[in-house]
Design a protein around this ligand. Structure first.
Ligand SMILES: Cc1ncc(COP(=O)(O)O)c(C=O)c1O
Length: 403
């Protein structure tokens, strides 16, 4: 009856089962996996957000495969504020970054073609690729005085079926930016092998420069992080994805985009083909497109609160770690998460289960993000400060020696 691609193992894993039981039993819970900004106590200008949705221009239908010019102009302005000059003809609006991935996979891949995806990284890539009949192939990131691409392994992972390399810039959950010298190498590899770059920049604006104190394990490489957008990369065919779910903290509004850049000989046909893909769906709705300039303007108010929250939680983390041996946090350059290095005396899932059952604290185990080895748990830095401090002290009160 059903397609093989949806033949998933839908049984919940041990941790989600335990979480369901925990919640059903009405037990208290400190959730250090939170990623929904609308549930984290940030101040939103409710009136402005709602007012933006009632533009009378929404009563007319103006279909445009790329999206309304006024909305794309606001996206171009976003890049201009970062010093990047993006032509609105190279922008396509989508309802989510996930949808933008599907457009790009459809553009680049025949069934069974391969996409290189960093590990550790965003857990949704498995589904995003599978649904489009594309094969996900991991390439490793290495942690050695900060995170970096293992280029030797990446080159070895390339086959005749490889179509693109995904970079998450900065990455979730490791919080590191792709460095300039890495971009040069990526461009070279892509040109040699006829590959495209797909750059996911949903966390681009959440830089935490100066956030690494003495308790982080390792320092930035001397070249420093590269905060620049990929949206103006001309060195290889590049698709840059972003949206307001993170940038403005408005995941419920479903507005995102992709920007195509690169050598004109490749971007011109890419844009022409994408136009037909997008024209087939025309998915972004008029009220949201008309509201996009206002939602993007909202980002400054949101981002300053978010970065203050993240820095506060990082300071708390460092002060608790300062009097605790055996647990470190990895260096973080940006984003909403911290990776804790803990003694690998049991699997990360067993540790997360124990923290849930004995401490009422929920964290993500490293394997959820495809960390290659045990000894990593991930905590959300956008949690409310008091919850974060309490949850962390309970984590550190746990014995890391297995029973
Ligand atoms: C790296 C990354 N890309 C994309 C998304 C989701 O973006 P959207 O809500 O626009 O689909 C997330 C959400 O957590 C993410 O971590």
């Amino acid at each position: 009856m059903f397609a093989d691609r949806t033949d998933w193992n839908l049984a919940p894993n041990r941790l989600s089962q335990a979480l369901d039981r925990h919640r059903a039993a009405g037990k208290p819970l400190i959730d250090l996996t939170v990623s929904n900004p609308t549930e984290c106590g940030f101040d939103y200008d409710h009136q402005a957000v709602l007012q933006a949705l009632s533009n009378p221009a929404a009563l007319a239908y103006e279909p445009n495969p790329r999206g309304l010019a006024s909305a794309r102009n606001s996206v171009a302005d976003y890049y201009a504020e970062r010093g990047a000059n993006v032509d609105i003809e190279n922008i396509f609006l989508t309802t989510s970054t996930s949808e933008a991935y599907s457009y790009v996979f459809r553009l680049l891949c025949n069934p069974g073609d391969e996409i290189l995806v960093p590990a550790p990284s965003y857990p949704l890539f498995g589904f995003l690729t599978e649904i489009q009949d594309v094969k996900l192939v991991h390439y490793p990131l290495l942690y050695d005085h900060g995170w970096q691409i293992d280029f030797h392994a990446l080159q070895q992972a390339i086959t005749t079926r490889t179509r693109a390399i995904i970079v998450v810039h900065p990455n979730n959950p490791t919080g590191h930016y792709t460095k300039s010298r890495e971009l040069e190498q990526l461009n070279k590899i892509c040109n040699t092998n006829d590959l495209a770059i797909i750059a996911d920049e949903v966390f681009l604006d959440f830089s935490l420069s100066g956030a690494n104190s003495n308790r982080s394990e390792g320092e930035f490489p001397s070249s420093g992080p590269r905060h620049d957008t990929f949206a103006v990369n001309l060195g290889a065919l590049t698709f840059t994805l972003s949206g307001i779910s993170k940038i403005s903290g408005l995941p419920q509004m479903k507005a995102a985009w992709l920007v195509a850049s690169g050598p004109a000989s490749l971007t011109a046909p890419a844009l022409a083909r994408l136009e037909l893909v997008a024209d087939t769906y025309l998915s972004p709705n008029a009220p949201i497109q008309l509201a996009l300039p206002s939602f993007l303007a909202h980002r400054h108010h949101f981002q300053s609160q978010l970065v203050t929250r993240v820095q506060g939680n990082l300071a708390e983390l460092d002060s608790q770690l300062a009097v605790h041996s055996g647990v470190f946090r990895l260096a973080v350059e940006a984003g909403w998460y911290a990776v804790l290095r803990v003694p690998a005396t049991r699997s990360d899932e067993d540790l997360a289960l124990e923290l849930l059952q004995s401490q009422n604290v929920y964290v993500h185990p490293g394997h959820f993000y495809d960390f290659p080895a045990s000894g990593h748990i991930i905590v959300s830095l956008i949690s409310q400060l008091n919850e974060f401090a309490e949850g962390l002290s309970r984590i550190l009160a746990t014995s890391f020696v297995s029973d």
